[in-house]
Design a protein around this ligand. Structure first.
Ligand SMILES: NC(=O)c1ccc[n+]([C@@H]2O[C@H](COP(=O)([O-])OP(=O)(O)OC[C@H]3O[C@@H](n4cnc5c(N)ncnc54)[C@H](OP(=O)(O)O)[C@@H]3O)[C@@H](O)[C@H]2O)c1
Length: 255
C-alpha cells in the first residue's frame, strides 16, 4: 500500500459494528464512506460526528440486494473521497428465524442475496479497482461473517448460519485469487455482540443469561471490540495475513 489517502468503504455503516468501525477508523486517519440502506439519519449522524472531529466522511445510500446500487456506491465513494483502498463488508441480516419446516423461498433468497451475493459483488467492485492487474494500487478487505457459520447457528438460525459459512469459503478463495495482486482479504467472525441486530433478543434477561452462560468468557461482546479487530486486519500491521478468518467471540460458544 502507498502512503496516499486511505479510503474505507463500510457497507451497513449506519449502525452497530459498521458504525463503530467508521468512528474508530476516522480517528486513525481514514476517509470513510458510510453506506446505508434505510438508516439514512443514523448514517448521516455518524458522518456528522466524524466531520465534527475534523475527519472526512460521506453517507451514501445503496441496497446490497441491488447490483446497480453496489456499482454506484463504489463510483460515488471514489468521486467524493478518492479511490477505495479499504473495504469492510458489514451489511447483513438475520432473515426470518425459524425451523426448516417453516422456510419460505423468498426469505431464503433474500438472506442469501444480501449476506452472500451482495458481499461478493462488493468484493468484485473492490477487485476491479484495487487489483494491480487492473492498474490499481492494492488494498485490504474484511468480510464480516459470524460464529454461526462454524456451528450452524443457534436454534432457528440455520439459514443465516449457511449464509455466513458461504462468506467464509468465499473469503478464502477470493483471498488466494488476489493475493499476488496487492489485495488482502480476511474474514472476521463475531460471536454474540450487542447491536441493533441483537438488542431485541438480548433485552430478554433469561435469553441473555443463557447466551452468556454459553460463552467461555461469560459475556457478550461490544461492537468496539469487533471494530478494533476489523481495523487491525485492514491495517498494515496485518500485512502478511490474507485468507484468514479471525474469531472475535470470547472463546466461541456451546449450543
Ligand atoms: N451483532 C452480533 O451479535 C453479530 C454476530 C455475528 C455477526 N454479526 C454480523 O455483523 C454484521 C453487522 O451487524 P450488526 O450486529 O452491526 O447489526 P446491525 O446494527 O443490524 O447492522 C447491520 C447493518 O446492515 C445494514 N443492511 C442490512 N441490509 C442491507 C442491505 N440490503 N443493503 C445495505 N445495508 C444493509 C443495516 O442497515 P439498514 O437497516 O439501513 O438496511 C444495518 O446498518 C452483520 O453482517 C452481522 O451478520 C453480528
Amino acid at each position: 500500500m502507498s502512503s496516499e489517502a486511505k479510503v474505507l468503504l463500510i457497507t451497513g455503516g449506519g449502525s452497530g459494528i459498521g458504525a463503530e468501525t467508521a468512528r474508530r477508523a476516522a480517528a486513525r486517519g481514514y476517509r470513510i464512506a458510510v453506506n446505508y440502506r434505510s438508516r439514512e439519519a443514523e448514517a448521516k449522524a455518524v458522518v456528522a460526528e466524524i466531520i465534527g472531529k475534523g475527519g472526512q466522511a460521506v453517507a451514501l445510500p445503496g441496497d446490497m440486494a441491488r447490483e446497480a446500487d453496489i456499482v454506484r456506491l463504489f463510483d460515488e465513494t471514489e468521486r467524493a473521497l478518492g479511490p477505495v483502498t479499504h473495504l469492510l463488508n458489514s451489511a447483513g441480516i438475520n432473515g426470518r428465524r425459524g425451523r426448516v419446516e417453516e422456510y419460505d423461498a423468498a426469505n431464503l433468497v433474500h438472506v442469501l442475496t444480501v449476506n452472500v451475493v451482495g458481499l461478493m459483488l462488493c468484493c468484485r467492485e473492490a477487485a476491479r479497482r484495487m487489483s494491480t492487474r487492473h492498474g490499481g494500487k492494492g488494498g485490504a478487505i474484511v468480510n464480516v461473517s459470524s460464529m454461526a457459520g462454524t456451528l450452524g447457528g443457534r436454534p432457528g438460525s440455520s439459514a443465516y448460519a449457511a449464509s455466513k459459512g458461504a462468506v467464509d469459503a468465499f473469503t478464502k478463495g477470493f483471498a488466494r485469487e488476489v493475493a499476488a495482486e496487492g489485495i488482502r482479504v480476511n474474514g472476521l467472525r463475531p460471536g454474540m455482540v450487542l447491536t441493533e441486530m441483537t438488542e431485541g433478543r438480548l433485552n430478554d434477561v433469561a435469553f441473555r443469561e443463557s447466551i452468556e452462560a454459553s460463552i467461555p468468557m461469560g459475556r457478550i461482546g461490544r461492537s468496539g471490540e469487533i471494530a478494533d479487530a476489523a481495523l487491525w486486519l485492514l491495517s498494515d500491521e496485518a500485512s502478511f495475513i490474507t485468507g484468514a478468518i479471525v474469531d472475535a467471540s470470547g472463546g466461541g460458544y456451546r449450543i
